[in-house]
Write a protein that binds this ligand. Structure first.
Ligand SMILES: [Zn+2]
Length: 226
Protein backbone atom coordinates (compact mmCIF):
# COMPACT_ATOMS: atom_id res chain seq x y z
CA UNK A 1 0.00 0.00 0.00
CA UNK A 2 2.85 2.32 0.86
CA UNK A 3 4.28 2.21 -2.65
CA UNK A 4 0.85 2.73 -4.22
CA UNK A 5 0.33 5.79 -2.03
CA UNK A 6 3.70 7.20 -3.06
CA UNK A 7 2.89 6.65 -6.72
CA UNK A 8 -0.49 8.37 -6.43
CA UNK A 9 1.00 11.30 -4.58
CA UNK A 10 3.72 11.74 -7.17
CA UNK A 11 1.23 11.74 -10.02
CA UNK A 12 -1.00 14.18 -8.15
CA UNK A 13 1.88 16.61 -7.62
CA UNK A 14 2.90 16.51 -11.29
CA UNK A 15 -0.66 17.03 -12.48
CA UNK A 16 -1.22 19.84 -10.00
CA UNK A 17 1.91 21.66 -11.21
CA UNK A 18 0.62 21.47 -14.79
CA UNK A 19 -2.80 22.81 -13.73
CA UNK A 20 -1.24 25.74 -11.86
CA UNK A 21 0.81 26.64 -14.92
CA UNK A 22 -2.26 26.68 -17.16
CA UNK A 23 -4.22 28.82 -14.69
CA UNK A 24 -1.33 31.24 -14.34
CA UNK A 25 -0.99 31.62 -18.12
CA UNK A 26 -4.70 32.37 -18.45
CA UNK A 27 -5.03 34.78 -15.53
CA UNK A 28 -1.94 36.84 -16.28
CA UNK A 29 -3.12 37.61 -19.77
CA UNK A 30 -0.56 35.53 -21.60
CA UNK A 31 -3.23 34.39 -23.97
CA UNK A 32 -0.80 33.85 -26.77
CA UNK A 33 0.96 31.28 -24.58
CA UNK A 34 -2.35 29.64 -23.78
CA UNK A 35 -3.30 29.55 -27.44
CA UNK A 36 0.02 27.99 -28.41
CA UNK A 37 -0.42 25.33 -25.73
CA UNK A 38 -3.95 24.58 -26.94
CA UNK A 39 -2.82 24.26 -30.53
CA UNK A 40 -0.13 21.85 -29.44
CA UNK A 41 -2.66 19.83 -27.49
CA UNK A 42 -4.95 19.51 -30.48
CA UNK A 43 -2.32 17.57 -32.38
CA UNK A 44 -2.99 13.84 -31.84
CA UNK A 45 -0.31 12.30 -29.68
CA UNK A 46 0.90 8.73 -29.30
CA UNK A 47 3.75 6.99 -27.50
CA UNK A 48 5.89 4.22 -28.93
CA UNK A 49 7.18 1.87 -26.26
CA UNK A 50 9.74 -0.89 -26.65
CA UNK A 51 10.19 -3.77 -24.23
CA UNK A 52 12.76 -6.54 -23.79
CA UNK A 53 15.86 -4.71 -25.05
CA UNK A 54 18.45 -3.53 -25.39
CA UNK A 55 19.29 -5.83 -28.29
CA UNK A 56 22.96 -5.78 -29.37
CA UNK A 57 22.13 -5.49 -33.09
CA UNK A 58 18.83 -3.62 -33.43
CA UNK A 59 18.34 -1.17 -30.55
CA UNK A 60 21.12 1.37 -31.17
CA UNK A 61 20.23 1.68 -34.84
CA UNK A 62 16.53 2.07 -34.03
CA UNK A 63 17.38 4.72 -31.42
CA UNK A 64 19.38 6.74 -33.94
CA UNK A 65 16.76 6.43 -36.68
CA UNK A 66 14.04 7.64 -34.31
CA UNK A 67 16.23 10.56 -33.23
CA UNK A 68 16.84 11.50 -36.86
CA UNK A 69 13.07 11.85 -37.22
CA UNK A 70 12.86 13.94 -34.04
CA UNK A 71 10.97 11.14 -32.27
CA UNK A 72 11.47 10.24 -28.63
CA UNK A 73 10.22 6.83 -27.54
CA UNK A 74 10.17 4.88 -24.29
CA UNK A 75 12.42 1.84 -23.81
CA UNK A 76 11.77 -0.57 -20.93
CA UNK A 77 14.99 -2.46 -20.41
CA UNK A 78 15.65 -5.94 -19.09
CA UNK A 79 18.44 -5.51 -16.53
CA UNK A 80 20.57 -8.47 -17.60
CA UNK A 81 20.46 -7.30 -21.23
CA UNK A 82 21.31 -3.71 -20.26
CA UNK A 83 24.30 -5.00 -18.33
CA UNK A 84 25.67 -6.64 -21.48
CA UNK A 85 24.86 -3.69 -23.77
CA UNK A 86 25.85 -0.63 -21.78
CA UNK A 87 26.89 1.38 -24.84
CA UNK A 88 23.42 0.94 -26.28
CA UNK A 89 21.80 2.17 -23.08
CA UNK A 90 24.00 5.27 -23.28
CA UNK A 91 22.96 5.73 -26.91
CA UNK A 92 19.28 5.65 -25.88
CA UNK A 93 19.97 8.29 -23.27
CA UNK A 94 21.94 10.41 -25.74
CA UNK A 95 19.07 10.27 -28.25
CA UNK A 96 16.63 11.57 -25.61
CA UNK A 97 14.48 8.47 -25.11
CA UNK A 98 12.80 7.62 -21.83
CA UNK A 99 14.48 4.67 -20.13
CA UNK A 100 12.33 2.48 -17.91
CA UNK A 101 12.63 -0.72 -15.90
CA UNK A 102 11.39 -4.11 -17.20
CA UNK A 103 12.88 -6.17 -14.33
CA UNK A 104 16.27 -7.86 -14.27
CA UNK A 105 15.29 -11.23 -15.73
CA UNK A 106 11.85 -10.59 -17.19
CA UNK A 107 9.88 -12.14 -14.35
CA UNK A 108 6.15 -12.11 -13.69
CA UNK A 109 6.21 -9.91 -10.59
CA UNK A 110 2.95 -11.36 -9.27
CA UNK A 111 4.26 -14.93 -9.41
CA UNK A 112 7.31 -14.48 -7.18
CA UNK A 113 7.77 -13.41 -3.55
CA UNK A 114 7.77 -9.70 -2.71
CA UNK A 115 11.46 -10.02 -1.84
CA UNK A 116 12.27 -11.46 -5.27
CA UNK A 117 10.04 -8.95 -7.09
CA UNK A 118 11.76 -6.05 -5.33
CA UNK A 119 15.18 -7.51 -6.00
CA UNK A 120 14.36 -7.73 -9.74
CA UNK A 121 13.21 -4.10 -9.76
CA UNK A 122 15.93 -2.62 -7.55
CA UNK A 123 18.78 -4.43 -9.28
CA UNK A 124 17.62 -2.95 -12.59
CA UNK A 125 17.11 0.54 -11.11
CA UNK A 126 20.64 0.51 -9.72
CA UNK A 127 22.12 -0.78 -12.96
CA UNK A 128 20.41 1.92 -15.03
CA UNK A 129 21.69 4.51 -12.55
CA UNK A 130 25.18 3.08 -12.86
CA UNK A 131 25.08 3.40 -16.66
CA UNK A 132 23.28 6.72 -17.26
CA UNK A 133 23.51 8.45 -13.88
CA UNK A 134 19.71 8.61 -13.41
CA UNK A 135 17.24 6.32 -11.71
CA UNK A 136 14.26 5.28 -13.83
CA UNK A 137 10.85 6.61 -12.76
CA UNK A 138 8.75 4.07 -14.66
CA UNK A 139 8.38 0.31 -14.67
CA UNK A 140 6.66 -1.84 -17.25
CA UNK A 141 5.78 -5.08 -15.50
CA UNK A 142 6.48 -8.11 -17.75
CA UNK A 143 3.22 -9.63 -19.10
CA UNK A 144 1.41 -6.56 -17.70
CA UNK A 145 1.20 -8.37 -14.35
CA UNK A 146 1.36 -5.91 -11.47
CA UNK A 147 0.20 -5.82 -7.89
CA UNK A 148 -0.43 -2.31 -6.58
CA UNK A 149 0.36 -3.38 -3.05
CA UNK A 150 3.97 -4.25 -3.95
CA UNK A 151 6.19 -2.16 -1.68
CA UNK A 152 9.83 -1.96 -2.71
CA UNK A 153 10.47 1.43 -1.12
CA UNK A 154 11.15 3.10 -4.49
CA UNK A 155 8.93 5.49 -6.39
CA UNK A 156 8.12 3.83 -9.69
CA UNK A 157 5.04 4.39 -11.81
CA UNK A 158 3.75 1.27 -13.60
CA UNK A 159 3.14 1.75 -17.33
CA UNK A 160 0.88 -0.53 -19.35
CA UNK A 161 -0.29 -0.10 -22.98
CA UNK A 162 -3.45 0.60 -24.95
CA UNK A 163 -2.42 -0.92 -28.29
CA UNK A 164 -0.54 -4.21 -28.59
CA UNK A 165 1.26 -4.43 -31.94
CA UNK A 166 1.66 -8.24 -31.44
CA UNK A 167 5.05 -7.80 -33.11
CA UNK A 168 6.63 -10.60 -31.03
CA UNK A 169 4.05 -13.00 -32.42
CA UNK A 170 3.76 -11.74 -36.02
CA UNK A 171 7.49 -11.19 -36.69
CA UNK A 172 6.42 -9.63 -39.98
CA UNK A 173 6.96 -5.90 -40.53
CA UNK A 174 4.12 -5.54 -43.09
CA UNK A 175 1.60 -7.21 -40.78
CA UNK A 176 2.72 -5.15 -37.75
CA UNK A 177 2.51 -1.86 -39.67
CA UNK A 178 -0.91 -2.75 -41.06
CA UNK A 179 -2.25 -3.82 -37.66
CA UNK A 180 -1.08 -0.71 -35.82
CA UNK A 181 -2.14 1.79 -38.49
CA UNK A 182 -5.61 0.28 -38.77
CA UNK A 183 -6.42 0.72 -35.10
CA UNK A 184 -4.24 3.50 -33.68
CA UNK A 185 -5.91 6.54 -32.14
CA UNK A 186 -4.84 9.67 -30.28
CA UNK A 187 -3.24 9.11 -26.85
CA UNK A 188 -2.40 5.46 -27.58
CA UNK A 189 0.53 3.79 -25.86
CA UNK A 190 1.82 1.32 -28.45
CA UNK A 191 3.55 -1.83 -27.26
CA UNK A 192 6.47 -3.09 -29.36
CA UNK A 193 9.72 -5.01 -28.79
CA UNK A 194 13.14 -3.86 -29.99
CA UNK A 195 14.58 -7.38 -29.98
CA UNK A 196 13.39 -8.18 -33.53
CA UNK A 197 14.58 -6.65 -36.80
CA UNK A 198 10.99 -6.82 -38.11
CA UNK A 199 9.80 -4.71 -35.15
CA UNK A 200 12.50 -2.08 -35.63
CA UNK A 201 11.63 -1.84 -39.35
CA UNK A 202 7.92 -1.70 -38.61
CA UNK A 203 8.38 0.99 -35.93
CA UNK A 204 10.11 3.37 -38.36
CA UNK A 205 7.44 2.85 -41.01
CA UNK A 206 4.73 3.47 -38.38
CA UNK A 207 6.50 6.67 -37.31
CA UNK A 208 6.76 7.93 -40.91
CA UNK A 209 3.14 7.16 -41.72
CA UNK A 210 1.68 8.55 -38.47
CA UNK A 211 3.84 11.69 -38.73
CA UNK A 212 2.38 12.18 -42.18
CA UNK A 213 -1.10 11.86 -40.62
CA UNK A 214 -0.23 14.67 -38.18
CA UNK A 215 0.63 12.64 -35.08
CA UNK A 216 3.17 13.80 -32.55
CA UNK A 217 5.20 11.15 -30.71
CA UNK A 218 5.77 11.68 -27.02
CA UNK A 219 7.28 9.65 -24.20
CA UNK A 220 4.86 7.82 -21.89
CA UNK A 221 5.30 10.25 -19.00
CA UNK A 222 3.45 12.85 -21.11
CA UNK A 223 0.41 10.60 -21.58
CA UNK A 224 -0.20 8.94 -18.25
CA UNK A 225 -0.77 12.05 -16.16
CA UNK A 226 -4.41 12.33 -17.27
ZN1 LIG B 1 8.67 -8.09 -21.87
Amino acid sequence: MKSHFKISRRKAVLCMAAAVLFTWAGRTGFFYIKETVNQEMEKPRAALTFDDGPHPAYTAELSKELAKRGVRASFFLIGERAEKNRETVMQLKKDGHLIGNHTYEHVNLTAVSEKEACSQILKTCNLIYEIIGEFPNYVRPPYGRWDDSLDCDVELIPVFWTLDSRDWELKDADAVVKGVLSSVKAEDIILMHDCYQTSADAALRIVDEMTEQGYEFVTVDELICE
